[in-house]
Design a protein around this ligand. Sequence first.
Ligand code: 9UX
Length: 74
Amino acid sequence: GTESEDFLVAGMTCSHCVRSVTEELSALDGVEAVNVDLNAGGVSRVTVASSSTLRRDDVRAAVTEAGYDLVPAE
Ligand code: 9UX
């Protein structure tokens, strides 16, 4: 089934940032939906719904590719 997982991403400040991160994460295997709760200039919560288990390294790589920083797990 589909499960959602939250990640924290720093550095996003506008809707274009949101789109970049969403597009990169959407390209990962099994990802069905991405939601970004934008906190401009701060840390934004990114929720990823996936039908397969997400690997944190893959998520980090996608966020980095988009130009932002995955915040270490809480
Ligand atoms: Mo524009 Mo959002 O450079 O960082 S994409 S503000």
